[in-house]
Structures are given as structure tokens and as C-alpha cells.
Design a protein around this ligand. Structure first.
Ligand SMILES: [Zn+2]
Length: 73
């Protein structure tokens, strides 16, 4: 277990490129989203800068600003 409560070898499904990554290669992990019942969803380092909505979500989570403000402001 790491600090996020995920196993270190638990793959994370990237919503941007639809590939599996190990946790340390992802910048986001969504605690509420899973695919196939058990694979957590998140976003890899590459996609957070390429996908505007994922980037806004990441800014929202790291700065605690409301997501809508990041997207529209
Ligand atoms: Zn990706």
C-alpha cells in the first residue's frame, strides 16, 4: 500500500489515452471511478497537458478551486 491507499502495482486506467499505467506514472487517480469493477481510473502525465478537461480537473484538485471555475475562468 502507498499513501493513496492503492497497491503499488495496481494499474491505473488513463481516461485520456485509454491505456493502463502503474500508479507512479499517473498524475491523477480518481477515488470514485473504476472500470471493469476494480481498475481505478486516472490520468497519465502526458494526457493531463493534452486534454483540457483533464488538465482543468487536475488544477481543480491541486488548487482546491471549483472545477467549473477552472474550466470557464
Ligand atoms: Zn494518458
Amino acid at each position: 500500500m502507498n499513501a493513496r491507499g492503492l497497491r503499488d502495482d495496481q494499474p491505473i486506467f488513463c481516461l485520456g489515452c485509454k491505456r493502463l499505467f502503474i500508479a507512479e506514472d499517473t498524475i491523477l487517480q480518481f477515488r470514485t471511478g473504476f472500470i471493469q469493477g476494480h481498475t481505478p481510473v486516472g490520468c497519465c502525465h502526458g494526457c493531463v497537458s493534452e486534454h483540457k478537461s483533464l488538465n482543468a480537473l487536475w488544477i481543480s484538485l491541486t488548487t482546491e478551486q471549483p472545477y467549473d471555475c477552472v474550466m470557464h475562468g
